[in-house]
Design a protein around this ligand. Structure first.
Ligand SMILES: *[C@@H]1O[C@H](CO)[C@@H](O)[C@H](O)[C@H]1NC(C)=O
Ligand SMILES: *[C@@H]1O[C@H](CO)[C@@H](O)[C@H](O)[C@H]1NC(C)=O
Ligand SMILES: *[C@@H]1O[C@H](CO)[C@@H](O)[C@H](O)[C@H]1NC(C)=O
Length: 509
């Protein structure tokens, strides 16, 4: 046997030491990235996801919220439909179909684009479960082709009570739209939600559920298109709560989602046909539960970037231009930057629920930046100034960081995140001790109480700051202190987009 040479051993030892050193450095930098920015957004994502559990109606499965229990078990039973699941809208207990469907669409969109990031922080399955909690409801709400139940509970009656969902005593009337009382906006938004969700369940290997959702989506789209009208004209009582300004945006949005979900050309033809005639593609608008145009524009820009069928189609290119206009509107150094923002740089459009717009547009901006990156598109042109996808990500981070505490009020607007966050959230369930069972009227003493909420509405994104960047933490402050489920979905979308820097998939299916 030959003796191993001394020099060989020395060299071997040196190589091993260097390799270990490099390995250690790589690991360290990886861990550093995780515990730095991306860890922060992953934590925010984990926190915000819990608000969907806080808002769940029906017979709860694997309930993780200690102060929540079963509620609304009989919703829909008078009509022989099971409308017991779904999510309560905000601090009250109405199931408003229009914003609830939007919540599902946004949640599905975030899972499709950023499901891999959700997996990194164990939020993928919770996101799927919460999505299904809504889509089961939406499917049951659509028992016949040209009819859809769009609301359970009455806004006025509900607001006359202050009670826990588990012990609510007021009547739960169900409202519908149909051929004679149409609701194109809500039917189309529901179609969008079910199309987007059908892609999610296809990817997660539940193909029969996916097909069922797609079938309902197509049928709802034709119902919406054939019997046109605003649901808030058919059901005037909703105007005080979710008044719809129009339905063409929802038809285009639903069609764009159906094109992604089915690859059928008719849906592509719809968005490029006369339905798009009245859109001003140069004029950026604000994405919200009422206005789906910006979302449609970014979603169709996706087709322009990645879809061979749609690439080069001049009508689709117009949507991409519109998406660029939206980006140029929010980028802080763009010549076209909006004046709708606070001194601290937060996009600010309305006093009610002010955080919905910055969060929505930060998500769209980061997503659009990811499309640019994936397609090797180096720059975006805003009136001659060039911006990169990193600029879009920086903007998205600036809005997210503001929400999470980097703001003049030095507080987090996400309940359960950071050292200082709102304690008097306008939320019935959170404000009443879990062992109390006040009747409809008795509960108001909890609304009026000077003590902080006994239960934490974890993950609630409150309405947000005023234009002057102040926040009054009072339970009666509905404008600033009431969290909504659709804002929560937008926050989930934003935080999941920032949790890791992954490549988006070229195809959603
Ligand atoms: C259609 O919907 C309207 C509004 O909800 C309702 O008043 C009417 O009874 C419905 N029609 C039928 C045939 O159920
Ligand atoms: C709802 O919007 C319509 C216009 O789309 C308007 O005429 C009506 O006054 C609004 N209702 C409320 C309560 O604001
Ligand atoms: C900030 O704006 C709100 C709403 O407009 C107003 O009520 C409040 O007085 C303002 N606070 C300060 C400090 O200016």
């Amino acid at each position: 046997m030959k003796k191993p040479c001394c020099i060989c051993i020395v060299i071997l030892v040196i190589v091993v030491v260097i390799a270990a050193g490099i390995g250690y450095a790589v690991l360290r930098s990886k861990n550093h990235a995780k515990s730095g920015d991306e860890g922060k957004y992953g934590d925010a994502l984990t926190v915000s996801m819990q608000f969907l559990d806080v808002q769940k109606a029906g017979k709860l499965v694997n309930n993780k919220i200690s102060w929540r229990g079963n509620s609304a078990l009989k919703d829909g039973s008078e009509l022989k439909v099971d409308l017991s699941t779904g999510l309560y809208d905000a601090g009250d207990h109405v199931k408003f179909g229009f914003p609830m469907a939007f919540t599902a669409t946004i949640l599905a969109w975030s899972i499709l684009e950023y499901g891999e990031s959700m997996k990194k922080v164990d939020q993928y399955q919770p996101a799927i479960d919460s999505l299904r909690w809504i889509t089961d409801y939406l499917v049951n709400a659509h028992p016949k082709d040209d009819m859809l139940y769009v609301q359970v509970g009455d806004g006025d009656a509900d607001h006359k009570c202050w009670e826990r969902p588990e012990t609510m005593s007021d009547k739960r009337p169900v409202s519908q739209i149909n051929k004679t009382s149409p609701g194109t906006d809500v039917a189309a938004e529901t179609a969008a939600a079910l199309a987007a969700a059908s892609l999610v369940f296809k990817k997660s290997d539940d193909s029969s559920y996916s097909e069922e959702l797609l079938k309902h989506s197509k049928q709802l789209f034709s119902f919406a298109d054939k019997y046109r009208g605003k649901y808030s004209a058919s059901l005037p009582k909703v105007q005080k709560f979710y008044n719809s300004t129009g339905y063409m945006d929802e038809l285009l949005w639903a069609s764009a989602w159906l094109y992604h979900a089915s690859s059928e050309k008719t849906y592509l033809e719809f968005v490029t046909g006369k339905a798009a005639d009245d859109i001003d593609f140069d004029k950026p608008t604000w994405f919200s539960w009422d206005n789906k145009l910006p979302g449609t524009e970014v979603l169709l820009a996706r087709s322009s970037f990645f879809d061979e069928e749609a690439k080069g189609n001049t009508d689709i290119e117009r949507y991409k231009q519109a998406a660029e206009a939206i980006m140029c509107n929010v980028l802080p150094n763009s010549p076209k930057t909006t004046s709708s923002k606070t001194d601290g740089g937060l996009i600010w459009v309305t006093e009610w629920n002010s955080l919905q717009h910055p969060v929505a547009h930060a998500f769209l901006a980061n997503l659009y930046g990811d499309y640019m990156k994936k397609s090797n598109t180096k720059t975006l042109d805003c009136d001659g100034e060039k911006f990169s996808y990193d600029d879009l990500r920086d903007f998205a981070k600036s809005q997210a960081d503001y929400v999470l505490g980097e703001n003049p009020a030095k507080m987090s607007y996400l309940v359960g995140y950071g050292d200082k966050f709102p304690q008097f959230v306008h939320h019935r369930g959170a404000s009443i001790p879990a062992d109390d069972k006040p009747s409809c009227n008795e509960g108001f003493r909890w609304l009026e109480s000077d003590d902080p909420n006994p239960n934490e509405a974890t993950g609630a994104l409150v309405g947000g700051p005023y234009l002057n960047e102040t926040y009054v933490d009072a339970r009666s402050n509905v404008k600033q202190g009431e969290p909504t489920t659709y804002s929560c979905a937008l926050a989930i979308a934003l935080f999941s987009s920032l949790t890791t820097s992954i490549d988006v998939d070229k195809s959603l299916s």
